[in-house]
Write a protein that binds this ligand. Structure first.
Ligand SMILES: Cc1cc2nc3c(=O)[nH]c(=O)nc-3n(C[C@H](O)[C@H](O)[C@H](O)COP(=O)(O)OP(=O)(O)OC[C@H]3O[C@@H](n4cnc5c(N)ncnc54)[C@H](O)[C@@H]3O)c2cc1C
Length: 452
């Protein structure tokens, strides 16, 4: 079908005002406002084998929302309401297009909190978070998005609606189908609603920034904080020197950094107080007492100070904007393997692409390092060389993953085999075929084995 034939059919489903041309012109983007409209769009697309790509907040880092060929974009932008709230069970039902930050605001207004949190909170959607099983800064305490979902509604490729919005804690009646959509990157259906688990907020929090000389020291501090703070430990992030220095200068806009910028590593940990027990500040100071290998540290207990500390950790976008090309990586491994792995990547880069500038940071306790590796487009095949340095070095580590949090998208598909067996990839494709026999949903995302 031509775009001229598709447009009126979609306009009849969602209204003319909600069928737009893609920013680059040749493709359509539809903005359904209800589950029924999503269902109508998909049933139509499926009947005519029109490929669709689901668009959430567009903050994904693996090119999962790329529009190409005759694809139609289906945006969840208008599915953005708070639909139901159950204060007793502390669950909120939302439309998939609602922004993560809106959910935090809603929770705060009801003296609750939502456990998933990270730098893109102002733009990313809950549907996108679910589709990518997003992690973030609080996985240590609240788990990945999967652990925060109590119910889901999704529309299948043929327009059927699978709805499991009851939010029951226990329901062992056959397969828990909603789990399949979490992390499916839009390949099994379009998520239209979700029931999110909320929890009681912290009475008080404190964040501590620690300078450290080595990864072994960082891991030793991590063990102490985990042991002494227990569930009060909300987050423990790590930044290597260049990331701290650069993101810090850009995020704080020239205001002095909380610590001198010459240390090899920095840990940022956040702790909450125990309510009627010790305050967050007392807890973290007590836990760190007696550790004699921390060269420098800074404590933030006010909200404003803590936000300043966290703006450094969440400042990757500033780095991204300050280079012509930046490749992002998101690898997972045992924390005890970080040190040799990062050194291995640095060594490979220094031999094969000394012009590259690399920034390392990540979620220390989750075994998840993010790399941003920048180049100035002056070297041929720089992207390929950088990918080889990162992934070839990774291949000797087990367990490891080429995508800890960000998904596969278009970008990581060719590396999937490094983290998944032939058998796993075959079963993924069989599940996909069952949900979407015509292959219309996000067809650019392919689960490929090494042999394909
Ligand atoms: C500054 C910054 C910091 C980040 N930090 C983190 C981090 O710490 N942890 C982390 O995990 N990620 C992080 N990300 C990546 C990104 O924000 C997450 O992957 C996020 O969950 C994507 O949500 P989105 O709404 O923007 O999805 P999009 O980018 O719009 O889409 C992502 C994928 O999900 C699919 N999709 C979107 N909505 C739906 C839906 N309703 N139904 C079915 N499929 C859908 C899309 O087709 C696509 O394949 C960061 C990104 C930025 C820019």
């Amino acid at each position: 079908m031509t775009i001229e034939e598709i447009r009126p059919a979609l306009e009849a489903i969602v209204g003319a005002a909600h069928v737009l041309s893609s920013p680059d012109g040749p493709r359509l983007v539809v903005r359904p406002g209800t589950t029924d409209e999503v269902s109508g769009c998909l049933a139509f697309a499926n009947r005519h084998s029109i490929p669709v790509v689901t668009l959430g907040g567009l903050t994904g880092l693996v090119r999962g929302t790329e529009l190409f060929g005759n694809v139609v974009g289906i945006s969840t932008e208008r599915l953005n309401g708070v639909l139901d709230f159950d204060p007793l069970r502390r669950q909120v039902t939302v439309g998939a297009g609602i922004k993560l930050e809106e959910v935090h605001r809603f929770a705060e207004r009801h003296d609750l909190r939502y456990g998933v949190n990270f730098g893109a909170r102002g733009s990313c959607s809950i549907g996108g978070n679910i589709a990518t099983n997003a992690g973030g800064n609080s996985v240590l305490r609240f788990g990945m998005t999967r652990a925060n979902i109590a119910g889901l509604e999704a529309v299948l490729a043929d327009g059927r609606v699978l709805s499991d919005l009851g939010g029951l804690v226990k329901n062992n009646t056959g397969y828990d189908l909603k789990q399949l959509f979490i992390g499916s990157e839009g390949s099994l259906g379009i998520i239209t609603k979700a029931v999110l688990k909320l929890s009681r907020p912290s009475v008080d929090t404190a964040s501590v920034l620690l300078a450290l000389d080595s990864l072994d020291d960082a891991l030793a501090v991590m063990s102490v904080l985990e042991l002494k703070c227990g569930v009060s430990l909300l987050a423990m992030e790590i930044m290597w020197n260049r990331y701290f220095k650069t993101a810090g200068a850009l995020a704080l806009r020239g205001s002095p950094l909380p610590l001198a910028d010459h240390h090899p590593l920095y840990i940022l940990a956040q702790v909450e107080g125990a309510g009627n027990g010790p305050s967050a500040e007392d807890l973290v100071l007590g836990a760190l007492e007696g550790i004699d290998f921390i060269p420098d540290s800074a404590l933030a207990s006010s909200q404003a100070q803590q936000e300043a500390f966290w703006s450094i950790r969440d400042g990757s976008e500033y780095i991204e904007a300050s280079h012509p090309t930046v490749l992002s990586f998101d690898v997972s491994m045992r924390p005890q393997d970080y040190s040799t792995y990062v050194a291995g990547v640095e060594d490979a880069l220094s031999r094969r692409l000394p012009e590259a500038i690399s920034y390392y940071f990540g979620h220390l306790a989750d075994g998840n390092v993010h790399f941003m590796i920048a180049h100035d487009n002056s070297i041929d095949h720089a992207d390929e060389i950088i990918e080889a340095c990162v992934y070839e070095t990774l291949s000797v580590y087990w367990p490891s993953s080429v995508s800890a949090e960000h998904g596969i998208g278009l970008e990581k598909a060719e590396h999937l085999w490094r983290s998944r067996s032939e058998e796993e990839i075959a079963v993924m494709n069989a599940v996909r075929k069952t949900f979407d026999p015509n292959g219309i949903l996000n067809p650019h995302i392919q689960y490929r084995s090494r042999l394909d």
